[in-house]
Design a protein around this ligand. Structure first.
Ligand code: AMP
Length: 362
């Protein structure tokens, strides 16, 4: 493994796996750090360091082996990045994107301060705060833990004040948000290179099932005005916050207005469609950005619907494979648990309605 041709990844899940696949395609080797010996990234990485994210010896090893280091999830400890920076490892994204996206209030404050609209929100840490915040924001509202929640976990919908009786706050920070009566949920993946250039991928419409992404439809069926506004705001967020690398940004659309929901400084599930429908995938562009290479303009080559395959979808997957109608990506995870993301399928073509129908037909 030559250092200048090796990518290091903190985290070894499916996003790391697909990053390592892209790296291989580009002539790079890769090393992942993940404490789980089962991490599916090991199937594509050249080396898997099975150690904690803050294990200094392993951070030293990954820094010595890799010309550039990145992360595949936003909850990588900030301390890991600090250690890598201290020992001279090259981690161009740094810790700012993690610092912001690890805490919903920090993230929303930063984005709101740029003039991007969000739902009304307030930080709460006890039941008294919660009652006051609910008075101000009104119902319906949604309560979320500030850190650590994903795929709808750590969230409570509050439809009336009496719902408060069912909520037991732990001693941590929460955010209470106004519930946006949205017509659509969309996301835009933007990527910024080390030299500051920014590209955007096409906007996708996201359809969730039980709080987990089910389908992404691309291009999203939205007005030109909204499309431009989403791209402009997404570019503004990544530029003004000085973020390098990928940033997946989710918005709600209600009454021809956009509301920022959340962002993640990593490849995004809703942009897996790029693997088969664009001239470059989000993983290819992530790597080019952190390597300091010139970032090509992104083109959507065909319409696409991405379907997530979860642990309960084994039979569905078999039917899809038999039909040969979609491009199947399976991550190689060992156990098929309910709600666990096991793979995804891209259905590409022209007629978007037919693609949605096809994706739903299995
Ligand atoms: P999040 O983890 O913030 O992405 O929330 C998970 C899902 O909950 C979102 O995809 C929405 O469907 C829903 N949700 C979250 N926040 C709000 C909100 N303020 N208004 C309406 N729906 C929301």
């Amino acid at each position: 493994m030559s250092k200048s041709k090796t990518i290091g990844v903190l985290g070894g899940g499916q996003l790391a796996k697909m990053l390592c696949d892209s790296a291989k395609k580009m002539g790079y080797t890769s090393v992942i750090l993940d404490p789980s010996s089962d991490a599916c990234g090991k199937f594509s990485a050249n080396l898997h360091l099975i150690k904690d994210y803050t294990d200094e010896k392993s951070l030293k090893e990954i820094s010595e082996l890799s010309g550039v280091i990145t992360y595949e999830f936003e909850n990588v400890p900030i301390e890991s990045v600090e250690i890598i920076e201290k020992i001279g490892g090259n981690i161009p994204q740094g810790k700012t994107p993690l610092y912001l996206s690890q805490h919903r209030i920090r993230e929303k404050n930063a984005v709101r301060d740029l003039g991007v609209k969000t739902a009304k929100y307030k930080q709460v840490s006890n039941i008294k705060d919660l009652k006051e915040a609910l008075n101000e924001i009104g119902v319906p509202a949604i309560l979320k833990t500030c850190s650590g929640g994903y795929d709808g976990k750590g969230q409570w919908k509050i439809k009336s004040e009496s719902d408060l009786n069912n909520i037991k706050l732990e001693s941590k920070e929460y955010i209470l948000e106004e519930m946006v009566n949205f017509e659509k949920e969309v996301s835009c993946l933007v990527v910024r290179g080390t030299s500051g250039e920014v590209v955007n991928f096409p906007i996708g419409e996201n359809i969730h099932k039980n709080g987990i992404l089910n389908l992404t439809v691309v291009p999203a069926e939205i007005s030109k005005r909204l499309e431009e506004k989403i791209i402009e705001n997404s570019k503004k967020i990544i530029e003004k916050l000085g973020i390098v690398g990928p940033l997946g940004i989710e918005f709600f659309i209600a009454e021809e207005e956009i509301y920022f929901n959340e962002m993640a400084p990593r490849p995004h599930n809703s942009a897996h469609y790029t693997m088969d429908a664009c001239n470059y995938s989000q993983f290819d562009i992530h790597l080019r950005a952190i390597l300091g290479e010139k970032i090509p303009k992104i083109k959507l080559l065909k319409n696409v619907v991405m379907l997530n395959i979860l642990g309960e979808d084994k039979e569905k997957l078999e039917k899809i494979q038999k039909s040969k109608k979609g491009i199947v990506h399976i991550y190689g995870k060992n156990s098929w648990e309910i709600g666990r993301k096991m793979g995804h399928v891209n259905f590409c073509g022209n007629d978007i309605d037919k693609l949605i129908e096809l994706a739903k037909s299995f």
